[in-house]
Design a protein around this ligand. Structure first.
Ligand SMILES: *Cc1c(COP(=O)(O)O)cnc(C)c1O
Length: 455
């Protein structure tokens, strides 16, 4: 390994320099990728020299998501302590299904889950699992809800349709999961949102009543904490009352902004969370761990076992269920996605996580104030969100974002709501500062000014 570790150090040191000199790279055209880089796999081995050359070429042509010019997605930056944890996880190469194979790493995952359950005031019988992402966490939540109302599905398939409710602004994984686990997308009710993108509880209750009146069986409500475009928070307390009244599982999809649980100032945005049956947040989004790290918790771990536990003598040979995490996972072999979050959390404390979250809202406020103060901009989103949506000089946002990408100025995306397309700035990179946000506006303004012919 010595040689590879040296190569790793050499390549990553170069990359870190390049990220500062050239935070955005010119994209390679997808259709000429094989012509530009020798990525083809061949019969014969290549020399170490050739190998290093092609590897550098790939690395230096890969989009740079850790820089202060990357705003395209709901993740960004590179936290050193979390990255260290992930590098160690790769070297250790454990599979998280049993204590026998993963030892203390299992304890680390359990510790994260227990602390999260404490923070959101879940009862003693609560539990959870770290999944491969928010989409899968949402699927397991839907599965637990299904198996609670229709346990026979597991052995006999669906005997009758069951109905799920979510807002029209929810993440697309809710629909995808309804298809995957056999609920059927037609049994998924998309409830109207208000102008801020929050679900309207009265509309939700009406839809449930209508289904019950027609002898249809509701089983699952999804509330979103941070919708994918606007970053809106559904009113969990009000939805929880409805869920309780009709005895329906309530899941809170906080993949994007559920990390507000760590902030005294912003946890009010998920008020009532302790009343939800399950909750997910992605530490690889607001917290800034490397991809992926999605924490799913439920207020009664019995439901995780009911849906996911199958006996396997060849696997579970030592220790109790609590330490054999394979029994609460969809996977068999499972990557260690816990250590990177633990190394970060352990090093900066829960107070440090709070600072990360608060800083993002501070940066969003900087952006919101800038947009509101400059008449060339139109503002579309709302306060208390780290998604800042705007247009500049009425330039079509899709065109502006694509040009900024092609000219290697900025990597930023656009959103569409009610047929309006706008730039969506996400202030999620934990290492960004106020100046990085102000720079972004300057880059957009200069780019438009200096490239009048393009617009
Ligand atoms: C990102 C996101 C997801 C999906 O999470 P992945 O980890 O990308 O699968 C689900 N819901 C919301 C609200 C999200 O923003």
């Amino acid at each position: 390994m010595k040689r590879e570790l040296e190569l790793f150090q050499k390549l990553t040191t170069q990359l870190l320099h390049k990220e500062i000199e050239e935070p955005v790279i010119k994209p390679l055209q997808a259709n000429s990728l094989w012509d530009k880089i020798n990525i083809s796999l061949e019969e014969e081995a290549i020399s170490e020299e050739e190998f290093e050359k092609v590897l550098s070429k790939i690395i230096f042509n890969t989009p740079r998501t850790a820089t202060n010019k990357f705003f395209n997605q709901l993740f960004g930056g590179r936290n050193p302590k979390a990255t260290l944890g992930d590098l160690l996880a790769v070297i250790l190469n454990n599979s998280m299904y049993t204590y026998k194979v993963a030892g203390p790493q299992v304890g680390i995952e359990i510790e994260i889950i227990n602390r999260v359950c404490d923070i959101i005031k879940y009862p003693k019988k609560s539990g959870g699992t770290i999944t491969s992402g928010g989409s899968v966490s949402n699927m397991i939540a839907m599965l637990m809800a299904r198996d609670k109302v229709s346990p026979e599905v597991r052995s006999q398939s669906y005997q009758e349709p069951i109905y799920a409710y979510t807002s029209e602004a929810c993440h697309y994984s809710i629909k995808k999961n309804a298809a995957i686990i056999g609920i059927g997308t037609e049994q998924l009710r998309k409830i109207k949102t208000n102008e801020k993108g929050e679900i309207i509880p009265e509309e939700l209750e009406k839809a449930i009543q209508e289904d019950i009146k027609n002898n249809r069986k509701p089983f699952f409500i999804n509330a979103t904490a941070g919708t994918t475009v606007y970053g809106a928070f559904d009113p969990i307390g009000e939805i929880a009352s409805i869920a309780k009244k009709y005895n329906i599982w309530l899941h809170v999809d906080g993949a994007y902004c559920g990390s507000v649980i760590f902030s005294k100032k912003y946890k009010h945005l998920v008020k009532g969370l302790e009343l939800a049956d399950s909750f997910v947040f992605n530490a690889h989004k607001m917290i800034g761990t490397p991809l992926t790290c999605s924490i799913l918790v439920t207020n009664d771990k019995k439901y995780l076992y009911d849906s996911l536990s199958v006996e396997a003598d060849y696997l579970y040979q030592t220790d109790g269920d609590d330490f054999n995490l394979g029994k609460t996972s969809m996977q068999c072999g499972r990557r260690n996605n816990a250590l990177k979050f633990w190394t970060l959390w352990k090093s900066i404390g829960t107070k440090g996580l709070e600072t990360i979250v608060d800083n993002q809202f501070m940066l969003a406020d900087v952006a919101i104030n800038y947009v509101k103060d400059h008449s060339d901009y139109t503002f579309y989103s709302y306060d208390d969100s780290i998604s800042v949506c705007f247009n500049y000089k009425n330039i079509p946002a899709d065109k502006l974002c694509t040009l900024l990408y092609e000219y290697a100025e900025l990597v930023i995306g656009f959103g569409i709501i009610k047929e309006i397309t706008f730039v969506r700035l996400v202030t999620i990179n934990p290492s960004n500062t106020k100046n990085d946000i102000l720079d972004l506006f300057k880059i957009i303004e200069d780019f438009v000014k200096n490239n009048k012919n393009l617009f």
